[in-house]
Design a protein around this ligand. Structure first.
Ligand SMILES: Nc1ncnc2c1ncn2[C@@H]1O[C@H](COP(=O)(O)OP(=O)(O)OP(=O)(O)O)[C@@H](O)[C@H]1O
Length: 328
């Protein structure tokens, strides 16, 4: 018997539209699994299928070996958290967080609400009307409310995507630490690579409704299963073995395409002279766009005196690249 969530061969269809096809994924107790995918890749549909909000056209959902495929939503012991929090506008923060805490004495409920608010960094906010909260604060309240029910699985559908980048970076830490402190298993869907890598024990990549790869973040980054996964993760460009050799790939031809990561191209005295097309200022080193021998462009981190129009000597840095197995 597998503990925790086991989804096998799940398919979700809307009429003739196949939104999810043959997805199998497990979430162990206390594990956080993130599913990454572009818009329309089937992330929400899969989550809704697991929650029971959409019927599965194929496959099954089990928890601790017990089949839940046709169990109604409210009997699964799962809670879903959405992008817009869906707080009750006429209740205070405490009223929202304590909503699911029925059958408890007032004192116990107040203590539990205080504990949850502290967990999400909103200690003392009990009496605030939720209409007076910022977007980030509202999502913290939504998280506290989701955790109040002690779900055996929390399903998070792009919970931070309505917030700006700085806030997302801070809140993903709050989310991760709250899930880990409460030992909550979670399936987290997002289109944001940084968010998935920051929070998850394992990250899966959904492409056109299919799960292409699922691995711990470091492994996924260093060993993308195919070119689509590599591009989706942010490798750019992908070089043929001959192009990689021309840029100094060491030890003979690579066994597949070379996916160039953000630190995969470097300035090097023995590199190939390449024209700089553009220089962009970044926090930290600037970034030059160079034209590679094969015609693609690539990015190189450079010192501040480099300008468009000059030539740079550039080579590949293998530790910043991934070799993608042939066949995609
Ligand atoms: N109610 C629906 N009726 C018909 N087609 C739908 C419905 N909901 C989603 N789809 C289609 O199913 C596919 C997957 O959609 P889904 O919303 O699951 O993707 P997603 O990865 O969550 O996208 P996004 O990141 O934009 O929310 C898309 O092609 C979408 O157009």
């Amino acid at each position: 018997m597998v503990s925790g969530l086991q989804v096998r061969g799940a398919g979700v269809r809307y009429g003739s539209v196949v939104a999810v096809a043959e997805v199998s994924v497990e979430v162990a107790p206390g594990e956080i699994v993130a599913l990454l995918g572009a818009s329309g890749s089937g992330k929400s549909s899969l989550l809704r299928g697991v929650a029971g909000l959409e019927p599965l056209a194929t496959g099954s959902v089990h928890w601790d070996g017990v089949e839940l495929t046709s169990t109604p939503v409210h009997r699964r012991g799962f809670v879903m958290m959405f992008q817009d929090g869906q707080l009750f506008p006429h209740r205070t923060v405490a009223g929202n967080v304590g909503y699911a805490l029925t059958g408890m004495s007032r004192t116990d409920r107040d203590a539990r609400v205080a504990e949850l608010l502290e967990l999400v960094g909103l200690a003392g906010y009990q009496r605030r009307p939720v209409t007076e909260l910022s977007g980030g604060q509202a999502q913290r309240v939504a998280l506290a409310r989701s955790l109040a029910a002690k779900p055996r699985l929390l399903l998070l559908d792009e919970p931070l995507s309505a917030l700006d980048r700085g806030l997302r970076e801070r809140l993903v830490e709050v989310l991760g630490s709250s899930l880990r402190a409460t030992g909550t298993s979670a399936l987290y869907v997002t289109h944001d690579q940084d968010e998935a890598f920051a929070i998850a024990d394992r990250v899966g990549v959904l492409v056109d409704g299919r799960l292409r790869q699922i691995d711990p973040p470091r492994h996924l980054w260093h060993h993308p299963a195919d070119a689509t996964v590599a591009s989706f993760l942010g490798y750019d460009p992908l070089l043929s073995p001959a192009e990689a050799l021309a840029l100094g790939w060491p030890g003979g031809p690579p066994s597949g395409q070379v996916a160039v990561g953000p630190s995969g191209l470097v300035e090097r005295a023995d590199g190939v002279a390449l024209p700089v097309l553009e220089v962009r200022h970044r926090r930290g080193p600037s970034e030059a766009t160079v034209r590679l021998p094969g015609g693609q462009s690539g990015q190189v981190r450079v010192s501040d005196d480099v300008a468009a129009g000059v030539e740079l000597r550039v080579g590949l840095e293998p530790s910043g690249c991934a070799v993608v197995p042939p066949g995609d």
